[in-house]
Design a binder for this molecule. Structure first.
Ligand SMILES: Cc1ncc(COP(=O)(O)O)c(C=O)c1O
Length: 431
């Protein structure tokens, strides 16, 4: 006889539902514009590196040196291998112009299990229930949902074609200060090719956010997940370049899009924050595997520009195909023009009363097409500024838009799928 056991779970499990992207994974469709999977990676280089790591370890064992092999499969420092932290900071200085001296400052680097773990450890180490956190709305749920889980209050600020607006952030800070007597604790920004909207923040806004952070004593969380996946020409320096004293900006990067999903992230952090995040991280998984760190180290020793050239060409072609096709086949609406990353964002006009989630389920998926509806990029509980009342009010997710991912779809499928989707949308919206 089977016994039914009802386990008692933590409160947050009742509050926070399964993410929409994960839920949509169950559908198999021909035109998959859903999750942002890396569809182009330097796989040959990576496979070669894996082989060389194995071969070198075998050679060392054959020579009677078992120490290195034992190390490769052992526990290691919670903050990551020193040699990898140093190398990655050297690269951040060289490629992103971070204003540090690698040999002196690499101790403030932390290797984590993906940028996702940096995000969680940072929130875990900084947030108390009731703390205010600013982010764009729509936003990356991997950031805003953990804020809700930890009892923080997410205040969503407006974003336009260039990302988060300075006025929106200033207004939110003023209202929070006046109404609650405190400043927000964190400001979350994805400056390069934002997820979900694909927007890139101009330099003037990056400067303005840094000035705000200094003036208001707010920590900026700069999520640089797509910093190397840039195919649109000019690259804009990170906000972190302004943080000469390494006090105001937590700079979170990842191997996932630029090297492969090795489950390795790397962050350059203010010293005290790094120490507290290390403490928090100790509770999750103790350390990242030495083996994957060895693979990453060999990868980042290669010439990234030449390795990423083919990868970026592929993404550029896919992005262009999607931007052109949406422009050509979709009904009137507003779309973004990404300079990098994986996503195009499209919204139907307000007055069309378009419900993207309902349309996905009822029309797109049955027609072999899938996107992520805009609703999916709002936390279950969030706030926004009510300009008239000068107060915070609960935010309601925008329902009229969609994130279209081009990263893992071949150009002909993008053109075909977007044409088909555009046709279906026109039929629906013209009714
Ligand atoms: C904006 C953003 N930040 C962080 C992450 C997490 O990346 P990682 O694979 O390094 O955990 C993602 C993943 O898609 C992302 O889009």
């Amino acid at each position: 006889m089977s016994v039914h056991v009802q386990h008692a779970f933590a409160k947050w499990t009742e509050v926070i539902p399964e993410g929409e992207i994960r839920r949509l994974l169950k559908y198999q469709v021909k035109y998959y514009f859903g999750g942002g999977l890396p569809g182009a990676l330097a796989t040959e280089h990576l496979a070669g590196i894996v082989e060389s790591v194995g071969r070198d370890l075998l050679a060392e064992l054959a020579a009677g040196e078992s120490g290195k092999a034992l190390q490769a499969f052992n526990y290691s420092k919670t903050a990551g291998l020193d040699s990898l932290r140093l190398l990655l900071l050297q690269l951040l200085v060289k490629r992103q112009k971070l204003p540090y001296i690698p040999e002196r400052d690499y101790h403030q680097m932390m290797i984590t299990a993906g940028a996702q773990q940096s995000i969680y450890a940072l929130l875990d180490a900084t947030l108390n229930p009731g703390d205010f956190v600013l982010s764009a709305g729509p936003s990356y749920l991997g950031f805003v949902s953990p804020v809700v889980k930890l009892g923080g209050k997410v205040v969503l600020c407006p974003s336009d074609q260039q990302g988060l607006t300075v006025e929106g952030v200033e207004t939110a800070i003023n209202v929070i200060k006046r109404r609650f007597g405190v400043a927000p604790k964190l400001l979350y920004v994805i400056p390069d090719s934002d997820n979900p909207k694909g927007t890139t923040l101009p330099w003037e806004r990056r400067q303005a956010f840094f000035e705000i952070a200094e003036r208001e004593d707010i920590l900026i969380v700069e999520d640089a997940a797509y910093k190397e996946i840039q195919f649109g020409g000019e690259r804009i320096a990170p906000i972190k370049t302004l943080d000469v004293e390494n006090l105001r900006v937590a700079y979170l990067a990842s191997t996932s899009k630029e090297a492969g999903v090795l489950r390795l992230g790397y962050a350059m952090l203010p010293e005290d924050l790094r120490a507290e995040m290390e403490k928090a991280r100790g509770f999750y998984d103790l350390c990242s595997p030495v083996l994957t760190q060895m693979i990453a180290e060999r990868y980042y020793h290669l010439d990234l520009d030449s390795i990423l050239k083919d990868v970026l060409d592929i993404y550029a072609r896919r992005s262009n195909a999607m931007v052109e096709s949406v422009g050509k086949y979709f009904p009137a609406g507003e779309m973004t023009h990404p300079q990098g990353g994986f996503f195009v964002w499209w919204e139907a006009p307000e007055e069309a009363h378009f419900n993207a989630k309902g349309f996905n389920e009822a029309v797109a998926i049955p027609n072999d097409i899938l996107y992520v509806p805009s609703e999916a990029f709002y936390p279950v509980k969030g706030w926004k500024v009510d300009e008239q009342a000068r107060d915070l009010i609960p935010v309601s997710p925008r329902k009229n838009g969609m994130r279209l991912s081009f990263s893992a779809v071949q150009v002909p499928q993008i053109v075909e799928g977007i044409e088909k989707l555009g046709h279906l949308l026109k039929m629906h919206l013209d009714r």
